[in-house]
Design a protein around this ligand. Structure first.
Ligand code: NAG
Ligand code: NAG
Ligand code: NAG
Ligand code: NAG
Ligand code: NAG
Ligand code: NAG
Ligand code: NAG
Ligand code: NAG
Ligand code: NAG
Length: 476
């Protein structure tokens, strides 16, 4: 008790002379506060500073200068601070950094200078002396490029954040930085990834190039990224990729190619991606997926194919089926004929797929594939009919039309089934029965068609009455 009181009184009397174990010893700069626990953190954020404080406590381990109005960093701007690990200058107004500004910060691990919108140029020797830097944040500045040799001393750098700048190409400065694990280059203006842009990045696990203007990727541009796990290439201008674009990316777990202009997918693209779990191909203009495309994706869990121009999805594309927790197919103009019957069965059996709106044939347009009843003729699927209802439907709202179509389709399918069961097999022996265009409109001859016509007439009248009844019910 006595000892305790004594210690406290000594400390309070002589705070400068008898330092507490972790506190900042030297005076805290004016307008800043300094923590007295564990390590010495100097907090000068939102202090309205237009210039750097003259001096910092020499045992400072972290300095936060965020959200001030600092414009300029002179040479050795922070003096010598051997304990400093983290320095943050986010949201200032820095426009010029004198070469050697950070000299004296030999143990700095993290440097943050994000959102300094007037930084458009960096000298080759900007980061001289920062030999231990692990993380550098230059996001939200106004950089168009950086010198190729700017990171010559930053061999320990692991994370480079440069998103939201004006880079027109992947900065050559990162080439060969074998310790880099994360690169953030999203929201720049990069137009191409050249064969040598990403050479020697053997530790890279995360690469973000989304929301650039990439329209060309050179063959094997990613071949050195053997440890890459997450790769964002979405929201660019890619309309094609080289045959062996992703060759060698055997650790890749997530690939995002969404929001590009791809029309065809080649089976050679993904052949090495045996660890891929999530693949985004949404928001392209896909028309065609080559058979075998997903053949080697033995780890795939989720596949996004929504918002494309796909009309069909041949079953062999998914052979062999290792696959899948989720398959996203909505917003495509699906042609819900017998070639998609397998998919309907899949939906029902595995519940991995939902939401496949049919765009055609017209008899099922607007329905979900799960609602389409495929007729069988002697065990063989019969395609839903293509109707010509341009005259009949002109005054009916499209949703009503769809309901109407589907009712007709169901009735017709039943009718067809009956017809088939009654000896038409000899004419339609086992092959898929493709209903002729206009089969159900006026003016086409033949016994079958006439039978269909009269059935249709009855159906139409019945449905009209039904619909009128409905809408009157609705009125009252
Ligand atoms: C920031 O710097 C620019 C140019 O260096 C200057 O035009 C602008 O007024 C400065 N803004 C503030 C808030 O100091
Ligand atoms: C990677 O980092 C290790 C230690 O952190 C270092 O020895 C090595 O030289 C670095 N590699 C490069 C290419 O800088
Ligand atoms: C896409 O594939 C189709 C069918 O193989 C082919 O006709 C077309 O030329 C291909 N388009 C492109 C851009 O490769
Ligand atoms: C799948 O992998 C095997 C073995 O690596 C390879 O021979 C085959 O070409 C790959 N398939 C595709 C479609 O690339
Ligand atoms: C895909 O569909 C959209 C509209 O749905 C169309 O504008 C675009 O031209 C189509 N793309 C291709 C490659 O057919
Ligand atoms: C549908 O019928 C109208 C006239 O009744 C005709 O002009 C049109 O070409 C037909 N469309 C199809 C797809 O048969
Ligand atoms: C053949 O059609 C008649 C009515 O026309 C029906 O009663 C009968 O069940 C049909 N036969 C088969 C095998 O479907
Ligand atoms: C099926 O019909 C085609 C003509 O439509 C005919 O050439 C073929 O011999 C028929 N096959 C059988 C098994 O009846
Ligand atoms: C229809 O199915 C029956 C029973 O499976 C079969 O014996 C018959 O040959 C089939 N007819 C045609 C034309 O395929």
């Amino acid at each position: 008790m006595i000892v305790f009181t004594f210690t406290v009184s000594v400390l309070s009397l002589l705070p400068q002379a008898v330092p507490a174990r972790w506190a900042c010893v030297r005076a805290c700069p004016p307008s800043c506060s300094c923590t007295q626990e564990r390590s010495c953190s100097v907090l000068c954020d939102r202090a309205g500073l237009a210039e750097l404080p003259k001096e910092f406590p020499c045992e400072a381990s972290a300095i936060n200068l965020d959200k001030n109005r600092i414009k300029f960093l002179s040479e050795r701007a922070f003096g010598t601070l051997p304990s400093l690990k983290s320095l943050s200058l986010d949201h200032n107004n820095i426009s010029f950094i004198t070469p050697g500004a950070f000299k004296g910060l030999s143990n700095l691990l993290e440097l943050k200078m994000a959102n300094n919108e007037y930084i458009s140029y960096l000298h080759t020797r900007t980061f001289t002396g920062l030999k231990k830097l692990v993380r550098l944040d230059l996001s939200g500045c106004n950089l168009f490029s950086i010198p190729d040799r700017i990171f010559i001393e930053q061999t320990a750098l692991k994370e480079l954040l440069c998103f939201q700048n004006n880079f027109r190409r992947v900065p050559g400065a990162i080439r060969g930085m074998e310790n880099l694990t994360h690169i953030y280059l999203e929201r720049n203006k990069i137009e191409a990834v050249a064969y040598n842009s990403l050479l020697g990045l053997g530790s890279l696990r995360y690469l973000n190039l989304q929301e650039n203007r990439i329209n060309v990727v050179h063959d094997q541009a990613f071949q050195d990224l053997v440890r890459l796990e997450n790769f964002y290439l979405n929201d660019n201008l890619l309309s094609d990729l080289p045959r062996l674009a992703f060759k060698g990316l055997i650790r890749l777990r997530m690939l995002n190619l969404g929001g590009n202009q791809l029309t065809n997918i080649s089976k050679t693209w993904f052949s090495d991606l045996v660890e891929l779990e999530v693949l985004y191909l949404d928001r392209n203009q896909l028309l065609y997926i080559e058979e075998g495309t997903f053949e080697n994706l033995t780890s795939l869990i989720t596949l996004h194919l929504n918002s494309n121009n796909l009309t069909t999805l041949p079953f062999p594309i998914f052979q062999p089926i290792y696959f899948l927790g989720r398959l996203y197919l909505f917003k495509n103009p699906w042609l819900c004929d017998c070639s998609l019957e397998w998919l309907k069965e899949w939906m029902e059996n595995y519940k991995l797929v939902r939401d496949i709106p049919c765009a055609s044939p017209s008899s099922v347009a607007g329905l979900d594939l799960s609602e389409v009843a495929f007729a069988k003729a002697n065990g063989t699927c019969v395609d839903p009919a293509e109707l010509n209802l341009t005259t009949a439907s002109s005054e009916i709202a499209s949703t009503t039309e769809n309901r109407f179509n589907s009712l007709i389709s169901k009735l017709l399918q039943q009718e067809l089934r009956e017809e088939m069961g009654n000896g038409t097999e000899s004419r339609r022996n086992g092959t898929l029965v493709e209903p002729e265009e206009g089969q159900l409109s006026a003016g086409v001859g033949g016994q079958q068609t006439r039978a269909s016509q009269s059935a249709l007439c009855i159906t139409v009248v019945w449905l009209m009455l039904f619909l009128i009844g409905q809408s009157c019910l609705h009125c009252t």
